[in-house]
Design a protein around this ligand. Structure first.
Ligand code: MSP
Length: 516
């Protein structure tokens, strides 16, 4: 049976420049998507931009351009960033696209037909920054009398005619879903938060606005536009052909295997979204994973503090793969993390340049200099040789696969670096530079064993650092069609000639960084 895998990032608001959150989620999803592809899955990986709502409309007004032209420009910036970060998404959804409006209206009609929507009026608090409604007991009054949401966003009082979704009636069904599918919300601490929120009782949800018009029109009443969250969440269906639930893509990929989100938007994904879906007779997704937030040198990133770490800065300082590696290695995925430049430099220099880069570089250099660049014929492998090769083969792959399934990227990388440590210990013990004088046959075997270990590691690491690992596999002369997991235990071919190796991970000079 064909193995399918559907993974999504949130779609990003286009009210400003791309932020580190977009890069972080994109990279995590990209690693999963690439890993699954190498593991033989048919993957659909979708990202995109969330272009409606008051927040985006106000940002356009501030710039003095119409909302559509504004979103065209900003959405392109997000698209370019994905490309720059080497994100392998199969589609990029924009909520202003016709296909999406059609899907959002179809979902609305289905909810209406099923009796899940009614017209009434809303009066209550709304935070434009979060595009979220809050009940009064969730808010705090600031010194100057403003009502502030738990996220820190300022709320305004809203009173208008509104359609409502009967969220309250889904409370028990949602609790049943969380109970019967414990893997539905991860990590577990977040799952508990959601369960207690739902147990606390759910109010019906206002799902349309009348005081501005930047949104998808409500089909039967164009005085109303849809609440930006019902519009946005539907993107996960748009991308696979909804409303055509009979089409191949929909049948193949729904329910989604994983919606990756930040912790601040878990409630929308783990409460509202499955309720909308169940109410429209559509199966809920299989899993929602909420990751943590990055702070910068110990503080929340904010424009006024001037400590925002933009994706462009990351790429300039650490390169695409250095940034990808650091973000997933530094912080247990799911926790909040602090971005420290010193830490980034220390990991990139210590783990990438010295740990992995050096291992490859010194091995290939020795082959190039002492064996005319040709992998030797191998007669016999010692126990130590086999031990190292085995530890970097199926065993490591199985370990990493299990961790990736659970989104424990840092654990996967930690284990891979344990094996890199073993390979470095092996080369030091075997000392091929001494064997050069005493036993060139054994020297060849040792260099061959390390080369093949590096090949195995590079294949397993390629979802994390696709470009660098491709370069490494090119230098090792591994054929392009032998870089997926089914070839993990293949051996490098004797007689193949390599070229003069070039270092893959240049060291980052801390002084240069300080001066920057
Ligand atoms: N448009 C909504 C999502 C709709 S999905 C149907 C939205 N957009 S957003 O642009 O504000 O945020 C997108 C993601 O970026 C969220 O998952 C959020 O958690 C993440 N991050 C924004 N800043 C972040 C950090 N400083 N650190 C990590 N992620 C953060 O919400």
């Amino acid at each position: 049976m064909k193995k399918n895998f559907y993974i999504t990032t949130p779609i990003y608001y286009v009210n400003g420049e791309p932020h580190i959150g977009a890069t972080y989620t994109d990279v995590a999803c990209d690693v999963m998507a690439r890993f699954k592809r190498l593991d033989g899955y048919d993957v659909k990986f979708v990202t995109g931009t969330d272009e409606h709502g008051l927040k985006v409309k106000q940002a356009a007004e501030k710039k003095g351009i119409d909302a559509q032209s504004f979103t065209d420009i900003v959405s392109k910036n997000f698209m370019n960033l994905s490309e720059k970060m080497n994100i392998s998404n199969d589609d990029f959804i924009r909520t202003t696209q016709t296909r999406h409006k059609k899907a959002a209206q179809a979902l609305w009609n289905k909810l209406l037909e099923n009796g899940e929507i009614y017209l009434d009026s809303y009066s209550g608090w709304y935070a434009v920054r979060d595009e979220a409604y809050y009940s009064e007991d969730e808010l705090e009054k600031s010194e100057d009398g403003k009502m502030i949401a738990p996220s820190g966003a300022e709320c305004e009082w809203v009173e208008e005619e509104s359609y409502f979704f009967k969220l309250s009636k889904w409370q028990d069904k949602l609790l049943e879903l969380y109970e019967s599918h414990p893997e539905f919300i991860a990590p577990n601490s977040r799952r508990n938060e959601v369960i207690s929120f739902v147990k606390g009782g759910l109010n019906d949800l206002s799902i349309s606005r009348t005081t501005f018009d930047w949104g998808v029109a409500v089909p039967e009443n164009d005085k109303h536009i849809m609440y930006v969250w019902i519009d946005a969440l539907t993107n996960y269906l748009t991308a696979i052909g909804y409303p055509d639930t009979k089409c191949d893509e929909f049948k193949k990929y729904w329910p989604a295997d994983l919606h990756m989100v930040g912790k601040d938007i878990l409630r929308f994904h783990a409460v509202y979204w499955p309720a909308f879906l169940m109410a429209a007779d559509i199966e809920p997704p299989k899993r929602i994973f909420a990751h943590g937030w990055w702070t910068s040198e110990g503080q929340k990133m904010s424009k006024s503090l001037g400590n925002v770490i933009s994706p462009d800065v990351l790429i300039d300082k650490y390169g695409v793969d250095g940034s990808r590696y650091f973000m997933l290695r530094e912080v247990p995925f799911g926790n909040d993390g602090d971005f420290s430049h010193q830490q980034a430099i220390s990991r990139i220099n210590g783990e990438l340049s010295n740990g992995l880069g050096n291992l490859a570089q010194r091995t290939l250099s020795m082959i190039f200099k002492n064996l005319d660049g040709i992998y030797p014929e191998i007669d016999e492998l010692t126990v130590e040789d086999k031990k190292l090769l085995n530890s970097a083969g199926e065993d490591l792959l199985n370990f990493v696969r299990k961790e990736i399934e659970q989104q424990r990227f840092h654990k996967a990388l930690e284990q891979i670096w344990k094996i890199i440590g073993e390979a470095n210990a092996y080369i030091d013990e075997q000392a091929p530079w001494n064997l050069k004088k005493t036993d060139t046959v054994r020297m060849g075997v040792v260099l061959y064993v390390i080369s093949d270990t590096v090949r195995r590691l590079a294949i397993i690491l390629s979802p994390f650092m696709p470009d660098s690992m491709n370069k490494m596999l090119n230098q090792l002369k591994v054929p392009e069609n032998e870089r997926s997991f089914e070839f993990i235990e293949n051996m490098i071919k004797s007689g193949v000639k390599i070229e003069k190796p070039i270092g893959i991970f240049p060291r980052i000079e801390p002084d240069k960084e300080k001066a920057a």
